[in-house]
Write a protein that binds this ligand. Structure first.
Ligand SMILES: [Zn+2]
Length: 73
C-alpha cells in the first residue's frame, strides 16, 4: 500500500482513500497522480525533442561521412 501526502493537510493518505481521514479532502491522491502524469508527459516531450534534435543534427553527417566521422580532422 502506497501513501501520498494529502494536498490540503500534508498527512500521509492511502492512494486508494476516497477522502483524507484527517481533513476530509475528497480524493486526496487524485491531484498528486494528475501532477505526476503531467510531469511525466513533459519529461517524455523533452526526451523526444532532444532525441529528434540529436537525430536531425547528427544523422545527415553520419549518412554522409560514416559513423566515425570527426569534423575536426
Ligand atoms: Zn488532508
Amino acid at each position: 500500500m502506497s501513501l501520498v501526502p494529502c494536498p490540503e493537510c500534508k498527512s500521509p493518505v492511502s492512494r486508494k482513500a476516497v477522502e483524507c481521514p484527517v481533513c476530509g479532502e475528497p480524493d486526496p491522491s487524485r491531484r498528486q497522480s494528475n501532477w505526476k502524469w503531467f510531469v511525466r508527459l513533459i519529461g517524455v516531450a523533452i526526451i523526444i525533442g532532444v532525441g529528434a534534435y540529436i537525430w536531425f543534427m547528427l544523422v545527415p553527417d553520419i549518412r554522409e561521412h560514416g559513423l566515425f566521422y570527426n569534423p575536426n580532422q
